[in-house]
Design a protein around this ligand. Structure first.
Ligand code: FAD
Length: 413
């Protein structure tokens, strides 16, 4: 039996940031990691992926980017190296190859079973990530057995796909990036697009994440956002980590030869049915993009930057091919692979505590888990601010939650 004050589950960037914060506050703790440090980036990301946030934004408590390309975008290998370096830098007490099988109430607060060990702790931080499992729609069950199905967690490169057409379902950052990569390999690609977030890589000479930070968008707090549930489930923006292309949106993909269809609804008798509202969702995405660009322009004017920056402009609205099919026969042989780029979900199935709402998600107030004092959640989209969705958001989130955790420990002493 092992006794410690706090247990952090997961040694991704979020768990390591929390470890740093706990060390700063002299809270004795251990970080339990089922694989190696940065395991998700090592094992669950496709090799060609680059961060869509610029290098300058990849900062953690006590760490900022010092390379010679602050405006560039890190490939996966560099993300792994950065997080591994960070673990060494903060001296995080990580136990690798240690899978947490259960966390339940115990005499000191929590009892954690990890591999064959039993740990007792007064506080637990769940930092196991938001993207452990693919979120696949129910329609997936009706895909004919002859078709190869993949998710972004199992996709590696186009070489692993059989020849023939590919249906990519979902047009978030993942969907558009993978559709473009597979199309470049010479396969015919159909992309089913529901609600999406269209944004340019750069606007008025600056990266879009520069604008998101400058305008205060990323700093918006969770308790000041009107529709928090919606904000937490917003698809990632249609961006690629490259300076070569301004847009990776549906219009650009269509020009490249990718067939764009509406949101996948049902699959009946082998026929995939697509929503007829594609033009509407595109119009909505254009509207929202322009709303953000208006906000950016207003901020630039108010900040006296109009003379420094190129003038404002707008992007052409998204035109949809009116001949986009509403149905595709998956038994005809035209499509040989379906790639579910329909999002991710966390896996807290090992948590044996009454903390879930009716949808199965953990109830929490900015990362402070509701109803179980001493339990914290980190690394979730819009956890405390919109920045929480991204790596750099862990800096402020871990600080706030470590303060709460320390107060909790003092109050129970
Ligand atoms: C495809 C994709 C692209 C992204 N691109 C960007 C980007 O460009 N910029 C950006 O800022 N963010 C990006 N993100 C978002 C974000 O950075 C990641 O979701 C990030 O990995 C979350 O970090 P984390 O530390 O919370 O979780 P993770 O990195 O997932 O770390 C969680 C750790 O917990 C471990 N673990 C899980 N369960 C257990 C268990 N039971 N016992 C022990 N250990 C366990 C895992 O092995 C893992 O190491 C992207 C995410 C994805 C999926």
């Amino acid at each position: 039996m092992i006794q410690t004050t706090a247990v952090v589950v997961g040694a991704g960037h979020a768990g390591l940031a929390m470890s740093r914060r706990l060390t700063e506050r002299s809270v004795d703790h251990v970080v339990l990691e089922r694989g190696e440090v940065a395991n998700s980036w090592r094992t669950q990301r496709w090799p060609s992926l680059r961060l869509l946030t610029p290098n300058w934004q990849t900062r953690l408590p006590g760490h900022h980017y010092t390379g010679d390309d602050p405006g560039g975008f890190m490939p996966v290998a560099d993300v792994v190296a950065t997080i591994a370096r960070y673990a060494r830098f903060v001296g995080a007490p990580v136990r690798t190859a240690t899978t947490v099988h259960t966390v339940r109430a115990g005499p000191q607060g929590f009892q954690i079973r990890a591999n064959d060990d039993l740990l007792h702790a007064r506080a637990v931080v769940l930092a196991t990530g938001a993207c452990n499992l693919p979120a696949i729609p129910a329609a997936a069950c009706a895909v004919p057995a002859s078709i190869t199905t993949l998710t972004p967690l199992t996709y590696r490169d186009p070489g692993q796909l059989p020849g023939g057409g590919v249906l990519v379902v979902g047009a978030s950052a993942t969907g558009v990036q993978l559709a473009a990569e597979i199309h470049r390999s010479g396969r015919p690609v159909t992309l089913a697009a529901g609600e999406h977030v269209r944004l340019p890589r750069t606007y008025r000479g600056r990266d879009i994440f520069w604008w998101m930070q400058a305008t205060g968008l990323l700093a918006e707090r969770y308790d000041q956002i009107d529709d928090l549930t919606r904000a937490r489930h917003l698809p990632s923006p249609q961006l690629t980590g490259t300076r070569q292309a301004t847009m990776t949106d549906l219009a650009t993909l269509a020009v490249q030869g990718i067939r764009i269809v509406g949101r996948l609804g049902r699959i009946t008798d082998g026929a995939a049915q697509f929503s007829g509202s594609l033009a509407n969702v595109c119009a909505l995405a254009d509207l929202k993009m322009n709303r953000f660009l208006n906000r950016a322009d207003e901020w630039a004017t108010a900040s006296g930057l109009d003379d420094e920056l190129p003038p404002p402009h707008r992007f052409a609205r998204t035109r949809i091919d009116p001949r986009a099919p509403l149905e595709l026969d998956l038994t005809s042989g035209e499509i040989t692979t379906v790639l579910w780029a329909t999002g991710f979900r966390p896996d807290h199935s090992w948590l044996d505590l009454p903390v879930r709402d009716h949808t199965g998600r953990i109830r929490h107030d900015g990362g402070v888990v509701t109803g179980v004092p001493g339990l914290y959640l980190l690394g979730m989209p819009v956890l405390r601010t919109r920045a929480s969705t991204y790596i750099h958001g862990a800096a402020a989130d871990s600080s706030a939650l470590a303060d709460h955790l320390r107060s909790f420990l003092s109050s129970r002493r």
